[in-house]
Design a protein around this ligand. Structure first.
Ligand code: FMN
Length: 197
């Protein structure tokens, strides 16, 4: 197993019929996910005790899965040691993990995950693009902004928005338009419900 690197790996995590961006924390060969309470990912991991990390570089997919659902056709089932696990159809690589709940808190749950199988499906060099990185940053802040309406987050999002416009390619600009369509609902007021879908 060698795809994930030390530090926090931003992936799209799939659980049964669900996908969401998540950070996989890798430290000294130990892997963990911290899931905020209330997400589908959290509920599915508690129920099924597995999660798949999808390595993706599509900014639109990061935005879409952060704020909404994907259709069933977006998933492919893999038999991992007798357990059927869902991965993204459109992924460059995937790593299937078994999961053990380490800690449950009032805000989040810490899950220790162990890689079982990993597969690379495609491999191409990717030049660093600040527009892509800024989409990731804006989307992280956007998921929190939708919950809190915190104006400091709005300022950060506006900063990343300008980097996306300056450095992004057409796919990053498409992702930004999608991002704005999800965030627009909350401008002028703030989201007060469960973690957004
Ligand atoms: C790059 C990125 C990383 C994220 N990492 C995490 C994480 O580690 N834990 C978490 O609970 N939410 C994380 N989020 C927020 C979730 O993706 C977001 O709350 C999502 O709506 C959860 O979807 P779900 O209900 O389908 O699980 C991250 C978002 C982004 C954009």
């Amino acid at each position: 197993m060698g795809i994930l690197t030390d530090g926090i790996n931003e992936v799209i995590a799939t659980t049964r019929s669900n996908a969401a961006p998540m950070g996989i924390i890798a430290r000294n060969g130990v892997y963990r996910i911290v899931c905020f309470n209330g997400s589908h990912t959290e509920k599915n991991i508690v129920r099924d005790r597995w999660v798949v990390a999808n390595i993706v570089h599509d900014p639109v997919l990061f935005v879409r899965t952060a704020f909404s659902d994907l259709p069933e056709t977006a998933f492919v089932q893999e038999d991992v040691d007798g357990t059927l696990m869902d991965r993204l159809a459109d992924t460059e690589a995937w790593i299937a993990f078994s999961a053990v709940i380490e800690k449950r808190g009032t805000q989040s749950m810490t899950v220790r995950i162990t890689p079982v199988v990993e597969k690379v499906l495609s491999c191409r060099p990717r030049p660093v693009n600040r527009g892509f990185s800024a989409i990731i940053e804006a989307t992280v802040h956007g998921t929190r902004y939708r919950l809190s309406g915190n104006p400091d987050l709005k300022k950060l999002i506006d900063h990343y928005r300008s980097i996306i416009r300056k450095c992004g390619g057409s796919r990053e600009l498409e992702a930004l338009a999608l991002f704005d369509s999800f965030i627009a609902d909350e401008q002028g007021g703030h989201f007060t419900g469960e973690i957004p879908r």
